[in-house]
Write a protein that binds this ligand. Structure first.
Ligand code: MG
Length: 372
């Protein structure tokens, strides 16, 4: 059986991203880019050996990121030098060489690259250019066109003995990438279809866009209170004239309660009764808008910001339509989000059940939070 190794290049500094450390080691949503890239290869199930190049500065941190069977090899002054060092540690028949900054590589690309290397000795991943390419030298431009032009990506795959020989012949000369070294000293590499998603995270904006993946979370909440005489009816912080109000230990604002639970649930925190128990005198007649604000603060402690809420009130009486804008405003102000991000609806239950008999009011809500 053919043994396949992968070299993940991580010895660069990634200066263009403007982080204070190697861009590959900056944490996004609990994971750094280098581990995501490694994970993409692990998930493919096609790799037998992993080699990661690391600068002396990052070596300890990179070592700590990976399982012990991953070989960490000292990087050189240039990528070419780093790959050369890493090739010395490869024991596979086929070796893929990949940028640590391309975490979105797919199983299909990896498989095609391995196959291309087996068939042809060398294969590079490339994507037909979507844009017209222009060369500009000191203000003198030349259109290179689009047709037949490709952006070169990684992985690039080779028969190990061939790429080793190519690098020996290359000496200290600098090359764009491994495919170019192969082409110069061995022969034409095969082209493997790359992907538009297989981007190399280079600038800070790239990390902002792609680092945001998986950072949104949603939670839902539900509440119900009994309607009784002698109580104020408060929903979404708005006092609504009615002959009955909601019964509860706090102000019984069922809309704020459902939203509060949705916010807490989005961050996988405990529910409203856990943080604000109705046995605690501190919450007697409490303003539920304030409780909702506290929930947003608890979520903020976990690194999240509420982005939007959506809720529905189920009540047969009174008519709530004209009070909705006031509720929206109160909620938006409390959560520090635009009014456009607060959606409140109200519905009757057409006389059905306890809501229909005007014995109680139910509410249901969803909240979206984003890692900030
Ligand atoms: Mg409640």
């Amino acid at each position: 059986m053919t043994k396949v190794s992968v070299i993940i290049a991580a010895a660069g500094k990634g200066l263009r991203a403007g982080f204070e450390k190697n861009k590959l080691l900056v944490d996004f949503n609990g994971e750094n880019t280098l581990s995501r890239t490694f994970g993409a290869f692990v998930k493919s199930g096609l790799i037998d050996e992993y080699i990661v190049t690391a600068s002396s500065e990052d070596e300890a941190e990179i070592r700590a990121t990976f399982p012990s069977e991953v070989k960490i090899v000292a990087g050189g002054a240039t990528r070419t030098e780093s790959v050369k060092n890493a090739l010395g540690a490869v024991t596979g028949d086929i070796v893929l060489i990949h940028d640590g900054a391309r975490p979105f590589v797919t199983k299909e690309i990896i498989a095609d690259c391995i196959e291309g290397a087996k068939q042809n000795g060398g294969a590079i991943t490339a994507l037909p250019s979507r844009d017209t390419v222009l060369e500009n030298e000191n203000g003198k431009t030349e259109y290179l066109g689009k047709s037949g032009l490709y952006s070169v990506q990684t992985p690039q795959g080779f028969k190990t003995e061939l790429i080793r020989r190519a690098y020996e012949l290359a000496g200290d000369e600098a090359f764009n990438d491994d495919g170019e070294v192969f082409k110069r000293f061995i022969g034409e590499p095969a082209l493997v279809n790359g992907g538009a998603n297989n981007v190399k995270l280079t600038y800070k904006e790239d990390f902002e866009i792609f680092g945001a993946l998986g950072e949104y979370r949603t939670g839902t909440g539900f509440d119900c209170h009994k309607l009784v005489t002698g109580r104020k009816l408060i929903l979404g912080g708005a006092e609504i004239p009615h002959d009955k109000g909601l019964l509860g230990h706090s102000d019984a604002d069922a809309l704020c309660h459902a939203i509060t639970d949705a916010i807490l649930s989005a961050a996988a925190l405990r529910d409203i009764g856990y943080y604000f128990p109705d046995t605690d005198p501190a919450y007697k007649d409490a303003n539920s808008v304030e409780l909702m604000k506290k929930a947003a603060a608890l979520v903020a402690d976990k690194g999240y910001k509420v982005c939007s809420v959506s809720a529905c009130i189920m009540a047969d009486k009174p008519k709530l339509l004209k009070f909705v804008p006031e509720m929206v405003k109160n909620i938006a102000v409390a959560l520090d989000i635009p009014k456009e991000n607060v959606g409140i609806g109200a519905t009757t239950l057409e006389g059905l059940g306890f809501v229909g008999r005007e014995e109680g009011i139910c509410t249901r809500a969803a909240a979206t939070i984003r890692r900030s």
